[in-house]
Design a protein around this ligand. Structure first.
Ligand SMILES: [Fe+2]
Length: 326
């Protein structure tokens, strides 16, 4: 690939801010890939400033071009590991969004915050918008911190949070699919290398526990952020009625995922509902248009999805893996 010039040292981006919507950058380039080459540094800086930027006018209707632009903007893209719901790969490390029932809202979350290595940013491209709804919901994680009960924040800050997964062979992926590893010893090595406790249970089931920080400082800005998936991976995220049904069906020990405080104390509906309210009260959104690109700072900004009708085709890429451990 060749480009017509060296990337300029500074590019001025005219980012628009309107209440209730993410920062918007309107562009009209002849060549989206050349634009990405010239603008990547300025765009990444704008994403740090605003938490997320929606770029409109690139005309990314084709998954190959979309993948090339995303790869140009990122330092690297992550392959999917430890996933819950399957994604369809479009091109190398560019996937469909997570499969999730279209009529049910997807709770805001920070992608792979349960892993020791997670994406610093998420990139989404809308190939085809839904008929109604389906916006990618964004929530500023420092605002969420101030909206939550102080006692909850304090405890989470002190103890962190824990994700408990049970690969029950029925609901959720198999352990070999989730880890991309076919043998037990390989999975054990992976868990040891990535700070995951594991135990093998009757019938070959695997249970894992991973404890992670729930409140972190942004590595660039130093801003304190609510950074976890306590609500998203709790059975309570579907409401109390469904949570009770799931527990009756699978047993409290058989849930494919549940979330706890860092000391292993379960987190119930009372706290999950607080978190969901904090997300809902502070969410911003902009209806997708075909060809849009959305770049999200994965630590500063949680992302979710509104319910929708009609087909919806949005690509997702996990960019620039980073860790809090360094
Ligand atoms: Fe996500």
């Amino acid at each position: 690939m060749t480009f017509s010039s060296r990337p300029p040292q500074s590019v001025e981006l005219q980012v628009e801010r309107r209440p209730g919507t993410p920062a918007l950058l309107q562009v009209d380039p002849d060549d989206p890939l050349q634009w990405a080459f010239e603008t990547r540094r300025a765009l990444r800086s704008a994403v740090v400033d605003h938490g997320a930027v929606l770029v409109r006018g690139l005309g990314l209707y084709d998954p190959i071009l979309a993948g090339d632009v995303v790869r140009m903007l990122a330092d690297d893209l992550m392959a999917e590991r430890e996933a819950f719901a399957p994604r369809v790969p479009y091109t190398d490390r560019v996937y469909s969004t997570t499969r999730w029932p279209r009529g049910i809202p997807m709770c805001p979350h920070h992608e792979l915050s349960y892993r020791d290595w997670f994406p610093a940013s998420m990139m989404f491209v809308c190939l085809s918008p839904p008929v109604l709804g389906g916006a990618t919901v964004l929530v500023d994680s420092s605002t969420v911190l101030t909206a939550l009960p102080a006692s909850l924040v304090k405890r989470c800050e002190r103890e962190g949070w824990m994700l408990v997964r049970t690969y029950n062979g029925d609901v959720g992926p198999s352990w070999s699919d989730a880890f991309g590893i076919g043998d037990r010893h390989g999975v054990e090595d992976y868990c040891r290398a990535h700070s995951i406790e594991f135990e093998w249970r009757r019938g070959g089931q695997l249970r894992t526990r991973q404890r992670r920080p729930a409140v972190v400082r942004h590595p660039i800005t130093g801003v304190r952020c609510w950074f976890n998936e306590i609500a998203y991976y709790s059975e309570w995220v579907f409401g109390p009625e469904t949570a009770h049904e799931l527990r009756d069906l699978l047993g409290p020990d058989g849930l494919p995922a549940t979330t706890c405080f860092g000391d292993g104390t379960p987190i119930g509906w009372d706290l999950v509902s607080h978190i969901m309210q904090a997300y809902s009260a502070n969410a911003v959104r902009e209806p997708w248009q075909s060809g849009d690109l959305l770049v999200v700072d994965n630590i500063r900004t949680a992302h979710g999805r509104d319910p929708y009708t009609g087909p919806r085709e949005v690509l997702a890429a996990m960019a620039d893996q980073c860790t809090l451990a360094e």
